[in-house]
Write a protein that binds this ligand. Sequence first.
Ligand code: NAI
Length: 462
Amino acid sequence: MASFDVIYIGAGPGGYVSAIRAAQLGLSVAVVEGRETLGGTCLNIGCIPSKALLHATHMLHESHENFEKMGLIGAAPRVDWAKMLGYKQDVVGQNTKGIEFLFKKNKITWLKGWGSIPAPGQVKVGDDLHDAKSIVIATGSEPSSLPGVTVDEKIIVTSTGALTLGKIPKTMVVIGAGVIGLEMGSVYARLGTEVTVVEYLDAITPGMDAEVAKAFQRILVKQGLKFILGAAVQGATTSKKGATVAYRARKDNTDATLEAEVVLVATGRKPYTTGLGLEALGVEMLPRGQIKTDAHFQTSMKGLYAIGDAIVGPMLAHKAEDEGMALAEILAGKSGHVNYGVIPGVIYTTPEVANVGQTEEALKEAGIAYKVGKFPFMGNARAKAVFQGEGFVKILADTATDRILGAHIIGPMAGDLIHEVCVAMEFGASAQDLALTCHAHPTFSEAVREAALACGDGAIHA
Ligand code: NAI
């Protein structure tokens, strides 16, 4: 039996980042992970491999759509699917090894296996028991299931199976127009698959600023994705050729079916807490399966903490990381804090879509008087030079104080541009503060400044 200051269960972005910070702050740390490699869902079967496929297929799309326009003549590349999957796996491998290196560097013990908590202050891995002053659950989430739809990860797949399909399907039905559905739908649409997205709600990407969601859908339709909105999937059956998806239109209750070689189920994720032994310990859970925690991430059991997808809040890797860092500080006797009002969200399609803070809809509902500063990428020279003039930056600021309340970007590098606004919001900046900051020319980020200018006396290039 070994003793540690902290034992983490789960080596995803929440657990591994927190472990590194805790070790840096002088605590003795172990991390339990049953997967062959570190990094959790995000690195092994989520954020990172999907970004590799998004990059490769974006390059393919560029070669077909834009190379000739730039005077790049020659046979357009064809896809070697096995090689593309190999590249994706290589990217994952480099990063998982990177975390292993960081564990060694920070003297973090990797307890290989699946962990459970037989008693307060104890973690069991295989037949071994370990002691810890603090235990942190960072077990993440798993795809939620849909009644009548049985996932086999071959014909009916979750994001996991969608990252390793044996061949590029001719047709695909995506259930759910959320982040996973649209990112993976984009990947396959660019590879030539006919992609139809079936969504329960009347708009894509629930929770997103409605104007951005509309513009986003228009762009995706131009890229070849088909949408059936307001349709509740009832079930799916498989045959040798593929699957049949049955759905009901919500407005008139009519039933219809769709055939496809592959069906991607992307209807959300749920906390993964199976096998930890929480029930026996009497740890308090919330109705939707999350572990209840206080403001310091402590569960109803003293010394037991939880972070990331297993607790409330957006299921995002960087939210888990920030909670992990804050918790490490707290466990080391310092003060840790997460500003939940400034957590960006990014969809890595082309164009990218990014947001932070409030949407217009939320501000209206809260009765807050706001002004809108908008700037289209068509007015940004750099964006036009790279065929990415679609989309816009929209900044929402308080009418009375000019303080930035939110930002929504659809356009080139939106996922990076958003952080300028995040930093501004962390410092309580006004739109004028952004507008008065010199921005290099020609950059995409000038569009952010122009949107800030549009909150005041007006943008220059619009
Ligand atoms: P999601 O919650 O983003 O979207 C699920 C969609 O499925 C919703 O639009 C919902 O209305 C729809 N839906 C649910 N039941 C349905 C039914 N019976 N018929 C038709 N439509 C139905 O979930 P998603 O895309 O599966 O992602 C899961 C989690 O992973 C999210 O929390 C997301 O934030 C996270 N994620 C984040 C990424 C990023 O930050 N770039 C990338 C991938 C995932």
